[in-house]
Design a protein around this ligand. Structure first.
Ligand code: NAD
Length: 314
């Protein structure tokens, strides 16, 4: 799988997170959504991630339109979507996820997806995911509807729980979010374990779902007021210094070679261009160590602070 995931690394490792195309971070027009996908692909990004949950299926539909507008052979891009989390709630049953892939393929206007991931498994029974969901996804793999199987979620313990219980090679990839950015780098401790398990590693939300942007996070952001205000102070500090916190954050998250892909959510051509420029400049000039150290000092009191996610597992 690692070799296959390397297909996604033409630009260092930037992937296109399509949750903003579901208007999750504010309203996005269809023309902006399609233009963002076109620009991303033109600039070398060939990995796109979505879910039926994002914008209650809107993200998948928008991404489908964008991919169709590319007009290139299907083998030239990699698409990931998810199952088990929907507007109506969570359902990781074999029956639901088996139906889910057909619904997603229709919305995406595709014959197969490359990666199909169990979405936010900490909200379901982890044992059900091991015993029922993953075996159902293996059948979808055999049927040619998906190429790889993944799991996603916030608490890092879910990955060890799952990977210690499924047969080796069953889960191809994990997606962790908000754990490898300037304010929270706890994924780093899990990397050696994940490497021993041979899974591809996708690290999502380098901008901490908007915390590390000048604009700030959306209303629904689950961070504590303390974490939000520390990140805001860091963003203001960067701006006053003539720097951009998002660029700094992208470059921080892209710097770890053990992470296959860094998935950033984008909803405009401008954001695509800025994030690609951040990746390109990282290769050319390296990190801005001075500003990074200053921002890390501002964020030190909240370093590695996270928030609760999921249900108590029995
Ligand atoms: P993110 O940290 O990538 O931040 C996205 C926010 O930053 C959006 O508001 C976006 O418009 C804005 N942004 C992007 N580039 C910017 C720039 N250059 N300047 C200023 N603002 C900019 O958070 P995310 O979108 O939640 O995460 C990325 C992707 O990872 C998602 O879209 C999704 O595909 C995936 N993801 C999956 C899970 C999961 O499976 N549980 C969880 C989180 C994210």
């Amino acid at each position: 799988m690692n070799a296959q995931l390397s297909e996604m690394r033409p630009l260092g490792s930037v992937g296109f997170g399509a949750s903003p195309l579901g208007s999750v971070f504010g309203s996005v027009s269809e023309s902006d959504a399609v233009a963002s996908v076109l620009e991303a692909f033109r600039l070398g990004i060939n990995f796109f991630d979505t879910s039926p949950y994002y914008g209650a299926t809107l993200s998948e539909k928008m991404l489908g339109k964008g991919l169709k507008a590319l007009g290139v052979p299907r083998s030239e891009y990699i698409v990931s979507t998810k199952c088990g989390r929907y507007r109506e709630g969570f359902d990781f049953s074999a029956e639901r996820v088996t139906k889910s892939i057909d619904e997603s393929l229709e919305r995406l206007q595709l014959d197969y997806v490359d990666i199909f991931q169990c979405h936010d498994i900490e909200f379901g029974s982890l044992d059900q995911v091991v015993n029922e969901t993953i075996p159902a996804l293996q059948k979808l793999k055999e049927a040619g509807k998906i190429r790889f199987i993944g799991i996603t979620g916030l608490p890092l313990e879910i990955f060890t729980y799952l990977l210690d219980r499924v047969p080796p090679g069953t889960v191809d990839v994990i997606l962790s979010y908000c754990h490898y950015s300037i304010n929270d780098s706890t994924l780093e401790d899990l990397l050696p374990y994940l490497k021993t398990k041979g899974v591809g590693i996708i690290s999502a939300s380098p901008l901490a779902m908007g915390l590390l942007t000048e604009f700030g996070p959306p209303e629904w952001h689950p961070a504590s007021p303390e974490l939000k205000s520390a990140c805001q102070a860091a963003a203001v500090y960067c701006k006053e210094k003539g720097k951009n916190i998002s660029k700094l954050a992208m470059q921080y998250s892209l710097s770890n070679k053990d992470i296959s892909t860094v998935l950033v959510g984008m909803n405009s051509v401008k954001q695509v261009e800025e994030n690609v420029a951040a990746a390109t400049e990282l290769v050319l000039f390296g990190k801005d160590h001075e500003t990074l150290a200053e921002v890390e000092a501002i964020l030190k009191p909240v370093k590695n602070q996270t928030w609760p996610s999921g249900i108590q597992q029995s």
